[in-house]
Write a protein that binds this ligand. Structure first.
Ligand SMILES: Cc1cc2nc3c(=O)[nH]c(=O)nc-3n(C[C@H](O)[C@H](O)[C@H](O)COP(=O)(O)OP(=O)(O)OC[C@H]3O[C@@H](n4cnc5c(N)ncnc54)[C@H](O)[C@@H]3O)c2cc1C
Length: 481
């Protein structure tokens, strides 16, 4: 009766996982993926935000910054013969070219895996005609219609544009990872993780960077950790201004960008990067023709119950869904589990609670569960254990060994002893917090954490050694080995 059993709109993290899982049940499945160019004209291939303009290029550029730090601080102390007072320079064009080549290989790989999984890929922009029909427009403007028994909306989100005068002169995260020339002095607007991560790698790549945020940095994360992260930015020479928004951006005679801020201050930059949030990519989807309710006041997101919209045969996963963490593994798991459930009723539902995450700033931050503030609101009695440490690798490096920036913190519901949250600032934060995500999700107690025998000598063992309670007021600095 229909062309397909399932059509997934959006070939990003969630859409690809969902479509391949559905096809593994022998269903006739198609994916529509079409990238609308950014206002600056940037475009990319199959795979969505994560691979093209998100996690992957971001982590690679963060790593480029870490490599620079090792050369600057550590190499000589570890016996590498470095020239006296080396003036480290970085070749942005070479880095971009290598990263983009790698991404193109991934784009190609995704097409191959869809083909191998018997999922039909259409490089088309999809728009709903009714609840079982979409209009599909290809790059040349040719329109066809496709019908399906079920649809999954996995269109993700795009950077929210700046609405101040001259806002169109700003680039966004959609552009930075393929920028042909180094951005130079950069004004990062926004206090969320995208703004901070971009500011972090640009600063590590020896650029003059400022962060300008309407509110506090990393709203919703643990305040004490964010304060330490901010201190590190300041130590690296990054300007941070909170409580300001840009009110005007204009071109100067020498083709730079003059930015005036709401506090009356102004400065001139080579690049303005707007990272003030993301808006669901639903505006041109004509969801109303299919009867799907979206939430214009909530950045165009779709409200779902167990990934199902208000229309029986239309589902949504990933960043487009209201109230779920905007993370790649969340979109992937939700997509996979949804398909499994549609074609095998015994499959479980996605659990969005206690998902771990990492922020790839120069001082990395990994966490799972509640911040100290959120735990204090939720539980009657909260105890916090904390520890400051110097990673072994930094301990003989001048410029690295005298700081107290690396930090671990365990937030505990004191009445039950259950761990409410674990926070870590230091090297390899994402890798370290991953294992703790399982423990916190399964309801680990604080006693079980500290009874776990550490792996020595690592930064990860600092968590099992986090034994000083805040209420004791004792010294939190870790002793040596
Ligand atoms: C700079 C940055 C860094 C990030 N870093 C991390 C990180 O370190 N870790 C992490 O877990 N997450 C990270 N994220 C978030 C992560 O990228 C997203 O959560 C994830 O990509 C969401 O997947 P999705 O499937 O919902 O949507 P997307 O991956 O955005 O895919 C949606 C796809 O649908 C297409 N599309 C839209 N409309 C249509 C239409 N009408 N017809 C056809 N196709 C359409 C889009 O072009 C896109 O290809 C980062 C995001 C950004 C911006």
């Amino acid at each position: 009766m229909y062309d397909y059993d399932l059509v997934v709109i959006g070939g990003g993290s969630g859409g690809l996982a969902c479509s391949k899982e559905a096809a593994s049940y022998g269903k006739r499945v198609a994916v529509m993926d079409y990238v609308k160019p950014s206002p600056q004209g940037t475009q990319w291939g199959l795979g969505g935000t994560c691979v093209n303009v998100g996690c992957i290029p971001k982590k690679l550029m963060h790593h480029a910054g870490l490599v620079g730090e090792v050369m600057k601080y550590d190499a000589r102390e570890y016996g590498w013969q470095m020239p006296e007072n080396p003036e480290l320079t970085h070749n942005w064009e070479l880095m971009i070219s290598n990263i983009q080549d790698y991404i193109k290989a991934l784009n190609f790989g995704y097409k191959m895996t869809l083909h191998d999984a018997s999922v039909k890929y259409h490089n088309n922009l999809a728009t709903f005609v009714d609840a079982h029909t979409i209009s599909c427009v290809d790059k040349k403007g040719k329109e066809t219609q496709i019908t399906a028994e079920r649809f999954v909306v996995a269109v993700g989100s795009r950077p929210t544009p700046l609405d101040c005068e001259g806002g169109e002169l700003a680039i966004s995260s959609d552009d930075i990872f393929s920028l042909e020339k180094a951005p130079g002095k950069t004004c990062c607007i926004g206090g969320g993780y995208v703004s901070l991560e971009c500011a972090g790698f640009l600063s590590a790549l020896v650029m003059d960077v400022g962060i300008y945020s309407r509110s506090e940095l990393l709203r919703g994360f643990d305040r004490e950790c964010c304060d330490k992260l901010e201190e590190r930015f300041l130590k690296d020479g990054v300007t941070i201004k909170k409580g300001v928004v840009p009110i005007k951006i204009s071109k100067t005679e020498d083709a730079r960008l003059a930015v005036s801020f709401s506090d009356g201050s102004s400065d001139v930059f080579d690049t303005v990067l707007a990272a003030i949030g993301r808006t669901a990519d639903t505006a041109s989807l004509a969801l109303e023709k299919a009867g799907v309710n979206m939430l214009p006041a909530n950045r165009g997101k779709i409200e779902c119950v167990a990934e199902q919209t208000n229309v029986e045969n239309i589902y949504a996963i990933g960043d487009v869904v209201y109230g779920v963490p905007e993370l790649t593994p969340v979109a992937v798991s939700a997509g996979r589990l949804l398909s499994a459930r549609l074609y095998d009723e015994s499959s479980p539902q996605m659990d969005y609670e206690r998902v771990a995450t990492a922020v790839y700033t120069p001082l990395e931050y990994g966490c799972v569960g509640l911040s100290e503030e959120a735990a204090t609101t939720k539980y009657a009695n909260v105890e916090v254990y904390h520890r400051v440490f110097v990673p072994l690798e930094h301990s003989m490096v001048v410029g690295r060994n005298e700081t107290s920036e690396c930090f671990s913190k365990i937030v505990v519901d004191a009445d039950t002893g259950l761990v409410a949250g674990i926070h870590y600032l230091g090297p390899n934060a994402g890798d370290i917090i991953q294992g703790w995500a399982l423990c916190v999700k399964k309801g680990v107690t604080y006693r079980e954490v500290i009874e776990t025998v550490g792996v020595h000598p690592t930064c990860a063992e600092e968590i099992v050694n986090t034994t000083v309670s805040k209420s004791s007021g004792k010294d939190v600095s870790a002793a040596g080995c």
